[in-house]
Design a protein around this ligand. Structure first.
Ligand SMILES: Cc1cc2nc3c(=O)[nH]c(=O)nc-3n(C[C@H](O)[C@H](O)[C@H](O)COP(=O)(O)OP(=O)(O)OC[C@H]3O[C@@H](n4cnc5c(N)ncnc54)[C@H](O)[C@@H]3O)c2cc1C
Length: 434
């Protein structure tokens, strides 16, 4: 036992104060949600010289693109044969920096789409370093639980963390929560599904033999044939093989994603059960490729669509097919309609070569509030249309647009900004074809 004089630590007794003061933070732009859309919005706002605070309910940055081990950047490039890049901004930096360190892989033989695979650990560190270097104030593990608004403006957010509460005041707010949590908490109308759009629980495996990996068609055919035998819910899963890492990301489950806390928790566990069945199937049916495979990590539940905003305008399936060039267009993509509305499979509706569809600012802006812009998978689109604009390319584009719209609005309204000026700032994402 240490002598008292040798003791290196001291202790004191503490008790929670009755009226413990809430920590206050002020910013120009507050971004809620640090997934692909929120990261794009926060970094872009910081590059514009704005003081930015970025909040996420998880204790880490990156949202689904990192923590749900999604695997690829979809919707970032046009369809072949030319394959130009639709969205720039932080996408340029990510593609450059990950490629330089072996964290990016462009699969060969993808006939229709240039869809790079990424190393989620490398991307995670890229995001963390970029956010730190940009001087962004970060609140991790911060759950939005209250919003104060006055005369068409959000004034403050109440954030609960395990270390105490924080109140944030800002001029402008970005709802990049995926579930429109900020819009919802503000009391504004939101849309909900009446049917199902399934999420997927993913996992990354290592120890696979990439040289003996089945083709996608072989894998799908076997999954269709054997799904019942192995208890698989889904019959048409996708696997992304990253040869240099000797890994594959499994996107082979279908799990409901309710917004009710107990049900959501139960489904998160069910998703892992489904993965275990999939791995059993792969090991037994493809022993050369998967006989020695190990699960390196399970992703957090992957959520496709839950609740989203009612915008000034809704992007419709007809707009997507027609490639409507909106007067307030802020981004573009050509990602197919990819609808996961059945437990056993999904609908894949690609477009003709050279197809482009656009996203209007109206789909990011709830009409009854002046300083709120949505980005990412909770913008306003009908179910089929959203499935073609919620992938990472357009998430970066809508995040970037949200930052610029709020920067231009300042203490005014995002509904009154000069659209020509906004589009001039976003022109790389609207007209560049190199
Ligand atoms: C299984 C699956 C596979 C997919 N595959 C691909 C693919 O291969 N390529 C591709 O490009 N896209 C893919 N997608 C789509 C894409 O992953 C998502 O649409 C995209 O990641 C959404 O990004 P986001 O920034 O809008 O939202 P998210 O990544 O969901 O980020 C939202 C963040 O907000 C936080 N948040 C939510 N509510 C609160 C709150 N109340 N308080 C504080 N924080 C909160 C969350 O913690 C989260 O980090 C896939 C999706 C799924 C589910």
């Amino acid at each position: 036992m240490l002598e008292e004089k040798d003791a290196k630590t001291a202790t004191r007794t503490v008790r929670k104060a009755v009226n413990e003061p809430v920590q206050e933070v002020t910013a120009d732009i507050c971004v809620v949600g640090a997934g692909m859309a929120g990261i794009s919005a926060a970094l872009e706002a910081a590059r514009l010289g704005r003081k930015v605070v970025l909040i996420d309910g998880l204790p880490m940055l990156g949202g689904q693109v990192v923590n749900s081990i999604i695997g690829t950047f979809c919707g970032l490039f046009s369809d072949g044969p030319h394959f130009y890049q639709f969205t720039h901004g932080i996408a340029d930096d990510i593609l450059r920096d990950l490629a330089a360190t072996g964290g990016l892989y462009y699969p060969e033989g993808r006939r229709d789409h240039k869809v790079p695979l990424y190393d989620e650990t490398a991307l995670s560190r890229w995001i963390e370093k970029a956010v730190q270097a940009a001087g962004i104030t970060v609140i991790l593990g911060g759950i939005l639980r209250g919003v104060t608004s006055k005369e068409r403006r959000i004034t403050t957010l109440e954030i609960a963390t395990r270390y105490g509460d924080v109140r944030i005041a800002a001029n402008g707010f970005v709802d990049a929560t995926g579930d429109a949590a900020l819009t919802w908490q503000t009391g504004l109308p939101c849309r909900r599904l009446t049917g199902d759009v399934y999420g997927s629980h993913t996992a990354i495996l290592d120890g696979i033999d990439v040289n003996n990996h089945p083709t996608r068609d072989e894998l799908t055919a076997r999954q269709r044939e054997k799904a019942k035998e192995y208890g698989l819910v889904r019959t048409d899963g996708i696997v992304f093989v990253f040869p240099a890492r000797g890994t594959s990301v499994l996107n082979m489950t279908h799990v409901q994603t309710p917004l009710e806390p107990l049900a959501a928790s139960a489904k998160a566990l069910e998703g892992k059960d489904q993965i275990d069945l999939v791995v059993d199937f792969l090991r037994k049916e493809f022993p050369l490729a998967y006989g020695k495979a190990r699960i390196r990590a399970y992703g957090l539940p992957g959520v496709r669509q839950t609740r989203w905003i009612v915008g000034r305008q809704q992007l419709t399936t007809a707009d997507v097919f027609a490639g409507t060039h909106f007067s307030d267009a802020i981004g573009r993509t050509a990602w197919p309609i990819e609808l996961h509305d059945k437990s056993e499979g999904y609908i894949w509706q690609p477009f003709a070569e050279n197809h482009v569809h656009y996203i209007p600012l109206g789909a990011l802006t709830p009409p009854d509030i002046d300083n709120l812009v949505a980005a990412g998978r909770c913008i306003d689109a009908d179910v089929d249309a959203l499935s073609s604009v919620r992938v990472h390319g357009p998430c970066i584009a809508t995040g970037m647009a949200a930052a610029h719209a709020l920067d231009l609005a300042g203490t005014g309204s995002v509904h009154a900004i000069d659209i020509a000026v906004l589009q001039e700032r976003l022109k790389d994402n609207l007209v560049r074809t190199d």
